[in-house]
Design a protein around this ligand. Sequence first.
Ligand code: SF4
Length: 419
Amino acid sequence: MNAVPKPPVLATLGCRLNAYESEAMREMAEAAGLDGAVIVNTCAVTAEAVRKARQEIRRLSRENPGAPIIVTGCAAQTEPETFAAMPEVARVVGNAEKMQPATWQVLAAPDFGTERVMVDDIMSVRETAGHLIDGFGRHRAYVQVQNGCDHRCTFCIIPYGRGNSRSVPAGVVVEQIKRLRDRSFNEVVLTGVDLTSWGADLPGAPRLGNLVRRILRMVPDLPRLRISSIDSIEADPDLMEAIATEPRLMPHLHLSLQHGDDLILKRMKRRHLRGDAIAFCEEARRLRPDIVFGADIIAGFPTETEAHFENSVKLVQDCGLTFLHVFPYSARKGTPAARMPRVSGPAIKERAARLRRVGDEVLRAHLQAQVGRSHRVLTEGPRLGRTEQFTEVAFDRDMPEGSLLDVAIRGHDGARLVA
Ligand code: SF4
């Protein structure tokens, strides 16, 4: 036991929500006096993510000999036995437990708490603990406004890791953002699992657009508000109004599209059809001409034919997408899609590669169109930043970090702009 507890080593895998929660865990662990532990916040979105978690645990165990390893996050929640079986692991903590200060007090005790596995039924969780964090390891702060998901897309393991949808009350969100603004954060990203379901469990069932407009009204000196990812079919009228009229709401939306073929979308149990996605992008672009879209698309979903896949490729153009996140289908145990007839591994790989090439082409076209223009950039590192459209910018000289600069775009390298 060190006289002054050694701060925990934190390893965060997966999504922005995990990044936010890791900051909250850091603060709770330090407040509890947890001494010299390693905390691994895992992801379960693909089988590959779980494999990476195990790999990371072994690496951290080698690099931190004798340090107790605490594994949490979605992989710990969905398959605690996998991690409990690892000799390197001291404790396995569930997704709800990790956000409870009491959990860290137990873990900070000399006996480290008696239970090796602290993972309860995530579906019984009704509240989202709105932790107010003081800072963030970057110049863009992620703020959790929602957790869990009430949908059950047939390929997705997330609801089993994060439970049903629950919202952080607007007042707590505004308070959090004011706190980050007081610490000179120039950009805040609203994050959650299914953001557009924010408010459904709150009195009066407010919608995401209402929250966005309230934040911008209540924090008038916040330069940039960004939304992490949305289900376009659930965008509410207030949100569309904010997209049209609020310059501090960034002109960039990441869409959870998943596929471009209607039959496959039905087999995924998605709530939209390809026509809906195209109509949403057209309407958002009519309201905000400089808006750009990113999207998640799965390649090789069970029963997908070449013709179905071609509809995903075409959707990239039809929606005018700029940033593609391509996911080769990964069967997740316990999901309905895992019981459907599979596409062969080589075909999944080949289709994912083809879709990524399409993604490179549309990104390149977007980058080319910015050359010669001026953009407002938030610098994230001495030589790196992002525009309002979320496009990366590389500088050939050191820039003051965390500041907003108007810069002229001189060129691009196929992946980012150059200024
Ligand atoms: S909306 Fe579908 S894909 Fe997204 S988290 Fe919920 S179940 Fe998963």
